[in-house]
Design a protein around this ligand. Structure first.
Ligand code: C2O
Ligand code: CU
Length: 490
């Protein structure tokens, strides 16, 4: 499944295929880092904030001098950031003014099944009929036309979540074209900490893209509809690095501590982030919010969909220093991500306390329910894409039935790299490759980077919401090529 003009990325960290842009790439570190706008509610009552988002096409200048058509929440790439309080419900009315069906999923949300973005619960554009909804004659989804309201209870601790498209068979191209954004939850425990805040709390949403000559996004055409032949089997990676939607941007910083909420929103690219000079990444949080105690990293490996909440101290640099954020797993221009310029001395009363939160490890009680989830390429005689436990995604088949409140030990087993994501409840990594958890496994996770031929054991406990949920690979091309399974909570 390769197109002309595309080569393999020889980088050892990638199994995906690199799409080369047909336009000259801009000089790096010219564009200021944009910050996605915070979404304002249209109204609020005692317990709930009501929002309205319009999914629409927009023509954005992502590369200087070129226009790129995006599919954007409110026409933006990334979409607006939701910034909400733990315990306050968000009701988000999504309006589809695109020409394709969509599905919205809040990644990391403890969401009732009816709002979790089941891949067949389509939101059809106005003026299209329901019979356009199904593929292979599949039915069973709760299909709506024009608009639909999603309810996110936000009854969970402070964390960096994100929302993105989850349409069956089409998640990868629709996210690639722009349907993703941040959803931050805050709470009192986090507020009480003296972490960098205000202008010194900055989201860094990483995504790679490639561009055609006319400025449009370069992505393999889906001529034949869903199916192996029309897809990039391994996953799509681009040669242009975007941060918050801008190519290789630059951010002027004070010589002070900054909190960066890093999200890997790329379809298939893994990063190993590094900073020039003495600074380290002091990790304070993971997918599911604050760690118990900070963890220092020289480099940060971030698989698709993972979030790392880190503090970087720029007071270690003299004013005027340029600090480049690089990706050690990239090749060519993809080794660069963005740049910080230490612009001025400044007062800094922030701090990273030795105890961050009341995080507690889950117990491993006797009689734990054990399940094995085997992520691998479809074998001869099976499905020709990717499979879980030998099966391609089938919305009619529950691969597991999980009792609420029960402690379970799930083992993820892989052939090649797969970032494994579980909906509804976060988990804790217990073992990696037979040994202790890795350096990037701390805290509550909802996505874990499972490396080739590895077994990762996690402890999970679902405590809320009965219904149908998903486990899948978050390499979005793998997901679309059926590396997804449904389970029921009862
Ligand atoms: Cu981020 Cu099921 O997805
Ligand atoms: Cu995968």
């Amino acid at each position: 499944a390769t197109l002309a003009g595309c080569g393999l990325d020889p980088s050892p960290g990638q199994t995906a295929e690199l799409l080369t842009s047909a336009v000259p790439l801009p000089e790096p570190f010219q564009v200021p880092l944009p910050i996605p706008p915070v979404k304002r509610p249209v109204r609020s009552d005692a317990k709930t904030d009501y929002y309205r988002v319009v999914q629409r096409k927009a023509s954005l200048e992502i590369l200087p001098g070129l226009k790129t058509e995006v599919l954007g929440y409110d026409g933006l790439l990334p979409g607006p950031t939701f910034d909400v309080r733990s315990g306050r419900t968000s009701v988000v009315e999504q309006v589809n003014q695109l020409d394709v069906p969509t599905v919205v999923h809040l990644h990391g949300g403890h969401t009732p099944a009816s709002s979790d973005g089941w891949p067949l619960d389509l939101l059809m554009p106005d003026g299209q009929h329901h019979d356009h909804a199904g593929h292979h004659g599949m039915t069973g989804g709760d299909v709506k036309t024009g608009s639909r309201s999603y309810t996110f209870p936000n009854t969970q601790r402070a964390a960096t979540l994100w929302y993105h498209d989850h349409r069956m068979d089409y998640t990868a191209p629709q996210v690639y074209r722009g349907l993703f954004g941040l959803h931050l939850i805050r709470d009192a425990e986090e507020d009480a900490l003296p972490l960098p805040a205000g202008d010194r709390e900055v989201p860094l949403v990483l995504a790679d893209r490639s561009f055609n000559e006319d400025g449009s996004f370069r992505y393999p055409a889906l001529k034949d509809g869903p199916g192996v032949e029309s897809r990039y089997m391994e996953g799509v990676i681009g040669d242009v690095q975007l941060v918050n939607g801008a190519p290789w941007p630059v951010l002027e910083v004070d010589a002070a501590r900054y909190r960066f909420r890093i999200l890997n929103a790329a379809n298939a690219r893994r990063y190993e982030l590094a900073l020039d000079g003495p600074a380290r990444f002091v990790q304070i949080g993971s997918d599911g919010g604050l760690l118990g105690a900070p963890v220092e990293h020289e480099t940060l490996v971030v698989a698709p969909a993972e979030r790392f909440d880190v503090v970087v101290d720029f007071s270690q640099y003299t004013v005027g220093t340029q600090v480049t954020l690089t990706n050690k797993l990239g090749t060519g221009r993809a080794t660069q991500v963005m740049r910080f310029v230490v612009a001025r001395k400044a007062v800094d009363d922030s701090n990273v306390p030795a105890k961050l939160s009341s995080y507690a490890a889950l117990p491993e009680p006797a009689g734990l329910v054990r399940r094995k989830w085997r992520f691998r390429r479809g074998q001869a005689g099976e499905h020709r894409g990717w499979t879980i436990n030998g099966k391609p995604f089938d919305p009619e088949v529950m691969q597991a039935t999980v009792k609420l409140d029960q402690y379970e030990l799930w083992s993820f087993v892989t052939d090649v790299h797969h970032p494994v994501h579980v909906h509804l409840a976060p988990f804790q990594v217990l073992r990696r490759g037979g040994g202790p958890p890795g350096p990037y496994d701390a805290g509550w996770k909802d996505t874990v980077d499972v490396r080739p031929a590895e077994v990762v054991d996690v402890l999970v406990r679902f405590t809320t919401h009965k219904g149908k949920y998903l486990i899948h690979c978050h390499n979005l091309e793998h997901e679309d090529m059926a590396m997804m399974a449904a389970f029921a909570t009862v």
